[in-house]
Design a protein around this ligand. Sequence first.
Ligand code: HEM
Length: 492
Amino acid sequence: MFLQILLIFILYIVVNFIQKNRKSSSNEPPSAFSIEWPLVGSLFRLGIRPHQTLTKWAEKSGPIFKFYMGDYKTVCVSDPQMIREIWHINMDNFHDVPAIPTMRVVSGDFSNIAMAREYRWRRNRNLCANTFSKMNLKTTSPPVLNNQCKLLMKYIDKIYESGSLFKVQEFMKRYSVNIILEVVFSSKMDYEDKRLDKLIQLTNQNFVNNQTGNIMDVVSILQPFYYIWIKYITGVPVDGLKAYMNELLQEHKKDLNPEKPRDLYDQIILDYGDEDVEGILRLGVDLYLTGVEAGAVAMEWVLLYVTNYPEIQQKVYEELKKVLADDVDDSDNNGMINLKHRINCPYTLAVIKEVMRVAPAAVFGLPRIAKEDVEIGGYTVTKGTQVMMNLHSTHHDKRFYEDPYVFDPNRWLFEDDNNRKANNMAFLPYGVGPRSCIGQHLSNDFMFIGISNILLNYNLTSPNGQNHLIDDTPIFGLTVRSKPFSVKLEKR
Ligand code: HEM
């Protein structure tokens, strides 16, 4: 019996090896490696910072290439035009995410929004997009953002007065959690509220799993065991957030007025009715997680970079100070920067943009599976192939950026003939096409307000002196984060 099982296993490995290393179409993208290993493929070659590894592979193999992630034939794309061909022009062919156990369990069998199958996605996307535009974020969110920013500044002031170091991650998370809670769920929490700590803990747990590193997710023969393990035995961190969404659901239902929905969650509850409570909770969790994490991470990177580049930080401060001084009609601002000042802050915006270029938080977006064979960049991407974009590579492509590894906000300040800010088709931090980020405007708004008010009021320095820069080695997970770091606050 044992011998038979061993023989079957050896046969499986041999077939698996042959399948991975034969060409299924003469016109497939070039392979990154001449040999792909049975079961694991090139998974072990990705290392702990796969986005940087894949950028190196792109330098060798070109802006579209093929490799195996476990049993998944994967095409990695970094050319912006090819990214558009997949995620925009041919999106109908690429709606599905790979059915790996983690995504299946986290998304509730693909019933949220970011990982949803096409039918469910259309319903959820329309619902959210219509509500965002009905809520007219341009008029309703500024008071929310201003108040949230005041709360953030109140607690940063407290830190300053206590003489402690400013733990950047902790505060950026509190700020973004509260904004999403208020905009989507009309809920908010004081920074000292213990429930907020719990919520942040749950949020963090959802982002520690390595997006590409889990062998159990990508090796076919292990998948069923892993699925049972995480679904029925260990559970996933998202379950804790679902319970919280259920609390919010019960609260919302108490005084729900169909004529006057208060927020996005009310709209979702009205649209779904009692027909699919699970669907409401899944969508709630997804909006919460996608909203909170990337925005907080992007702000952390901005604060890290301005601390490491004091002369850039000083220029931002001078711009913000001048903008406020020039605002003679500042009666309602209490000396704070708000959205109406943004148009006069090109340098501050350029700094934020440059940080999102060098350190895109959602570096791979979400991988997708080809429904049918399709031509991309002159190559055939065959049915069943997983495609992924690598924005780290796109954002460091020499064809689009001079000295791409130099941090230089000035690159965004050139003016073209129409006197508009220079743009770059290879800048895609929010993805592209029908499934690009739904919260792009909201996060641009809250990042600008949060960052500019911190830098208007405080000079941030490295706690170990200016000769000891903050470590900018990224940590790869579902987002690409900085290591936890603290800065010294000096009042401006
Ligand atoms: C700096 C902040 C943010 C960044 C860098 C970011 C980035 C991204 C990226 C790259 C995608 C995937 C695109 C793809 O795979 O094609 C995405 C999708 C998404 N984002 Fe964001 N995001 C941010 C903030 C937000 C916020 C504040 C919200 C919520 C209110 C949000 C909600 C979503 C949703 C729901 C999706 C899935 C869209 C779909 O599949 O239709 N994001 N985001």
